[in-house]
Design a protein around this ligand. Sequence first.
Ligand SMILES: Nc1nc2c(ncn2[C@@H]2O[C@H](COP(=O)(O)OP(=O)(O)OP(=O)(O)O)[C@@H](O)[C@H]2O)c(=O)[nH]1
Ligand SMILES: [Mg+2]
Length: 426
Amino acid sequence: MIDNTPRKTKAFIAGANLNDPNFDYYMSELANLTEAANMEVVGQARQNEEHIIAGTYFGLGKINEIKDIAHGLKAKVLILNDELTPVQIRNLEKLTKLRVIDRTELILEIFSKRARTKQAKLQVQLARLQYELPRLHPSENTLDQQRGNGGSTGGGFANRGAGESKLELNRRTIGKQISIIKRELQAIDKQEQIKAKRRNQNHIPKVALVGYTNAGKSTTMNGLLKEFSKHSDKQVFVKNMLFATLDTNVRRIDLENNFSFILSDTVGFISKLPHNLIESFKATLQEVKDADLLINVVDASDPNMIQMIRTTQNVLKEIGVKNTPMITAYNKADKSQRNYPQIEGSGILYSAVDTKSIETLADLITKRIFSNYKKINLLLPLSAGKILSYLHENAQVLKESYQNDGVHIAVRLSPREQAQFAGYIV
Ligand SMILES: Nc1nc2c(ncn2[C@@H]2O[C@H](COP(=O)(O)OP(=O)(O)OP(=O)(O)O)[C@@H](O)[C@H]2O)c(=O)[nH]1
Ligand SMILES: [Mg+2]
């Protein structure tokens, strides 16, 4: 039988360790990212350094060693654990005769492969052009010809960045493209903002799923949708791969007793996410910034769990999320020997594919977001039909009786609603 599966490009990965205690973890992430970009990791090298060598990243001795080993392993690509300067990339390519890709370009490549919606595509394209802009160089022509000679060496990377047309693109045209994309994105943002505003009108609390990529955020959303939504068919995309989700999906969850909240699921995080990428995904991450409660989904079956939690904290800090209350949701408990679901302080051990777990998570969310809600007695005039229907739609009505002086109603209200209806409190 003929094997038609295309052979994966062989990649050699390497990094300089500046005495970073997380270095091993970053290297294991780099291996996962390389595989996510559809390449095969055939070997790796590391070097302890006091500082990065300005012109070549590694010292010459190390570079020669890498060149020999990598060529021996038939690697075509050298992938480095940091973002490199254009000069470092050029010099390393000359010295190793390998196609060199830095961590930033690798992540951008995965994102552009995964992007499905127009917004995600534009956001990735923007980050990519911004990455390329300072990398344009007068000698680029000769370099790209050299790259071209190597044939299709880099998996999806054969056409570096915006493609072959880059040869003709000068800084000004890239600059123009950037402003066109920014304008298109602004138009999309506006539509999103209108939708968000409509959602906010009802003051339903907003809960956002956040966390490391592949932790199970989308599976958790689907679990909650299945149990608690009229639109349980509106499931989101789940797959065992890095960055399956690149958009934000927003759904309304209706618990019993008229407790409702808006739930959002968004792009996952990884260490050293390129700053440009975070910047261009700002609109996508807006729901996280606006949330009243975050659910930090963690893959508890991963040995690097602690670093993953730290990574999420760092990205949240970078996008400007500071004091939002958080539930840490330790997922994939079915892969462990421990009993679940189990609430531990402000955290929960659960499995997103287990109904009992999803119910317990929903309880925990309810307690956290509705803890400052109070039972309030209101007396509404019969003419206040609008308020009555608002309460029936959005609040938990505990008692209601129509009397001569109006409608007596006992209802659980948020602090904001308590202030809003203060004039009717009895
Ligand atoms: N065994 C087990 N697998 C799970 C559980 N939750 C999620 N998974 C699997 O983990 C993989 C990733 O799940 P997703 O829900 O796509 O993860 P995500 O956090 O949305 O990932 P990104 O969108 O890529 O950031 C999928 O293969 C899921 O089936 C769980 O509780 N137990
Ligand atoms: Mg997802």
